[in-house]
Ligand binder design. Structure first.
Ligand code: FAD
Length: 292
């Protein structure tokens, strides 16, 4: 199918884009990499009256060290740039590990970080990674801006706190606490397919090698990124070993409610969630320095 007719504009500055967004609000859609929006338009799942193309605006694509020693990423940064950035590998190795799981190189060459975060597909990697990394998003509109934590941003299926006149312009990722290990694992039918289940895990150890903090954030098991804090809390104060990890993994099922789809039944997703928890926690623990 072809999209319904729409007006098209390609502003060359951020203020000009914000003026248009303020004027057209929910009649307009912004176009970033187009890897999700164009199929949505072609299937006529959305029929915006106007597209505001962000690709000619300078200064929205960068990966820099943030003032706090973390990462500052422009929303129009292509996913492929994250994957290739030595700074990302150094400061947020979880991102470097996980981004190659997103689709295929051709799609990552065009798809942007902000586009994926704003699109809020429950099977997408970047929203879950942003929650796992305590990321914050800078949202701007004409005459105002606000920062929103990734864990507050996702409000339901393909739903976020973004207002129709707001743009996501920046993603801030704080530096990791010392003695923290991360890991990302997913299961997909073929590499490049959307995940049946995916998991970003982190573990922080104290001076005695016991778990001081742990986090599990899943994709593809709910409406958006799904964190399992009750299961993760079972690890606090524990040495990381087969027993403590198995107890945490078994508890995950109390906090997820996966829907089945043509690729996996809810039961299979629950099974995968446990298996991934065991593997991802063992890997994150090892990377944090646990003898395991
Ligand atoms: P667009 O498609 O341009 O926009 C997506 C939505 O976000 C639109 O509603 C748009 O208005 C809005 N938007 C974009 N930028 C902003 C902004 N800065 N501020 C506010 N709103 C904004 N993704 C995965 O995560 N994992 C996969 O395995 C995966 N597989 C894929 C396989 C195929 C075959 C295809 C075509 C896509 C796949 N994707 C996958 C999606 C891909 O990662 C997209 O690039 C991404 O979801 C959207 O990024 P985009 O820059 O292309 O955004």
């Amino acid at each position: 199918m072809k999209p319904a007719p729409f007006a098209y504009e390609a502003p060359e500055t951020l203020p000009a884009a914000l003026v248009s967004l303020a004027r057209y609000g929910d009649e307009a859609k912004v176009l970033a990499g187009g890897q999700s929006l164009i199929p949505v338009l072609n299937f006529r799942l959305a029929q915006p009256a106007r597209l505001i193309d962000l690709n000619r605006i300078d200064g929205l694509s960068y990966v820099r060290r943030g003032a706090d020693g973390g990462l500052s990423i422009g929303a129009m940064t292509r996913q492929r740039e994250l994957e290739r950035s030595p700074l990302v590998r150094q400061v947020a190795p979880l991102l470097a590990e996980a981004v190659p799981w997103i689709a295929h190189p051709q799609i990552r060459n065009r798809g942007t970080v902000g586009g994926s975060l704003a699109h809020a597909d429950p099977a997408a990697e970047l929203p879950a990674l942003a929650v796992a990394l305590d990321a914050r998003f800078r949202l701007v509109k004409e005459g105002g801006e606000r920062w929103v934590a990734a864990r507050d941003f996702y409000t339901g299926l393909f739903a976020t706190l973004l207002e129709p006149d707001e743009l996501m312009v920046e993603i801030a990722i704080p530096p990791a606490a010392p003695s923290t290990g991360f890991s990302f694992l997913e299961v997909a039918r073929r590499h490049g397919d959307y995940a049946q289940v995916g998991l970003a895990a982190s573990v922080t150890l104290d001076a005695d090698g016991r778990c001081r903090a742990a986090r599990l954030v899943y994709l593809s098991v709910g409406d958006g990124p799904v964190e399992t804090p009750v299961a993760a809390a079972l690890l606090i104060g524990q040495a990381l070993n087969g027993e403590s990890i198995a107890a945490c993994a078994a508890a995950v099922n109390g906090e997820i409610d996966p829907l089945g789809d043509i690729h996996a039944t809810p039961e299979f997703k629950r099974h995968l969630a446990q298996v991934l928890a065991r593997r991802a926690l063992a890997l994150a623990g090892e990377r944090a320095g646990s003898p395991m």
